[in-house]
Ligand binder design. Sequence first.
Ligand code: GDP
Ligand code: MG
Length: 289
Amino acid sequence: MFKSGFVNIFGRPNAGKSTLLNALTGEKLAIISPKVQTTRHRIKSFLNGEGYQIILSDTPGIIDPEYKLHEKMMKAVKSSLEDADVAILLADVYDDPEKMDKVFTDLHLKGNVILVLNKIDKANAERVEQVKAFFSTRPYGKEIIAISALKNRHTGDLLKSILEKLPEGEPFYDTDDMTDLPQRFFAGELIRERIYELFEQELPYHTTVVVREFQEKTSLTKIIADIVVNRESQKGIVLGEKGSMIKKLGTLSRISLEEFLGRKVFLELFVKVRPKWRENDIFLKEYGY
Ligand code: GDP
Ligand code: MG
């Protein structure tokens, strides 16, 4: 008897969805950042085990659409609701439970739901119990598991609970694969992650990365990417004085890419100004949103 199905992780930005996905799969596929809204796409990753295949997906955080980009992100959230065999509602144990209750109730989830309280490594037992008690009265709170995705605590209990709920069936994807997205997608995500690290405040939110070339050569992978920003002034910031920032970004990105791909990388970065790319359907489509 083989079990296989789709498990989707929902939660407010910063709840730890990407961290949980990485903890469960043991692979660094989803980018993680203390800044919100770093995950703009749905990423599916596969957890292949003895007798099962779990197709996990990380979703952009639940937010109110402010720009067109946000609307697209919310569509991605909804689309993952529709194909889930098991939905994981993830909350930071220090999030306001009343606020989270509104968000989770609005999802109108039917079917298998696991409410997961994350970041218990920074909470005391009393807080965890209080929040558990609050949610246990809710329709989506029949099953509650408290974990630390970061420290990998009780993620095994979560896996067990997922497996109990997973339907019987053949694997959907090749059991040797890890993800449905090509490496070039992750290359762009890794560069974006470095942008979140290097630049302050608003800039990363005005930026996207388009991988223009991703070529596997015999001794290295050649990657050419555009850093797309909204305004000339932002281009100046990304370049830095005498190109110092883009150089730094290039070096850090190359190191991450080499680690991820397990081979040498030749990386070239360009900065492009595309005014209001976040509001423009043609640009959004071109950038894969
Ligand atoms: P997402 O927006 O829901 O995908 O959240 P991320 O996975 O990007 O995590 C947001 C921030 O919370 C990052 O700084 C993570 O390191 C941190 N984080 C995630 N899980 C835990 C956890 O279990 N404990 C603690 N202390 N921090 C966590
Ligand atoms: Mg994320």
